[in-house]
Design a protein around this ligand. Structure first.
Ligand code: SF4
Length: 203
């Protein structure tokens, strides 16, 4: 649930710190459980997220929900946000990747989320989410492993490939499952409560 009484959340929903404010329908704020021990961070809202105000909708959203089931988690247990909170698009028709200056402009909102929720681990979804939190360009090297950043206030990070990859690249599934198994083991060691259900697409 979003606590609209928290002053910075109200400020974020009207933010115009970067040009993405011009074509957005709404700011897609982080959502989930404020006491979440695990935060999931994606890249940016797409068209459907911009319309509904909710993170990870449509086809990627279905895969993301399967990822959570595989890990034994639900959206009510976690915190879900993006490195930029407004949909990157130049025309309103196509999505595009966020520009570095847009990521930098939105970073204070990410840091507010982390301070507020205090997750023990952040699972980054995709190269851009990992890069923006760590400044490290070696996503392929660290994918599926625990990553410790020296930046104060940022907890341990676990980089995963973006769930949307699995829509077009079924061949990545075995590797993705291995990464999820490592993350599961890590969450189990931290005693994060979970009830895994293996979705069909992961069998
Ligand atoms: S993307 Fe972030 S910084 Fe840019 S207008 Fe939206 S909330 Fe503000």
């Amino acid at each position: 649930m979003i606590d609209e009484s928290v002053s910075w959340i109200e400020e974020m929903t009207t933010c115009r710190r970067c040009g993405l404010a011009d074509l957005r329908t709404q700011v897609v704020v982080g959502r989930g459980n404020q006491g979440a021990r695990v935060m999931f961070t994606g890249e940016a809202p797409g068209k459907e997220e911009d319309r509904t105000g909710m993170g990870f909708q449509g086809s990627s959203g279905k895969i993301f929900d399967d990822v959570l089931s595989y890990l034994g988690l639900s959206r009510h247990q976690i915190w879900l946000n993006n490195v930029v909170r407004c949909r990157p698009t130049d025309t309103g028709r196509k999505n595009r990747a966020p520009h570095p200056e847009e990521i930098a402009a939105c970073r204070p909102w990410m840091l507010e989320d982390i301070k507020w929720v205090k997750p023990e681990i952040i699972v980054t979804l995709g190269r851009m989410a990992f890069l923006s939190l760590t400044g490290d360009t070696h996503f392929a090297t660290y994918r599926g492993q625990l990553y410790i950043t020296e930046e104060p206030g940022i907890p341990e990070i676990f980089p995963l490939a973006h769930p949307a990859y699995l829509i077009y690249r079924r061949s990545l599934m075995p590797q993705y499952r291995q990464d999820l198994d490592r993350l599961s083991q890590f969450l189990a060691a931290k005693k994060v409560p979970n009830h895994p259900v293996i979705p069909k697409r992961f069998i």
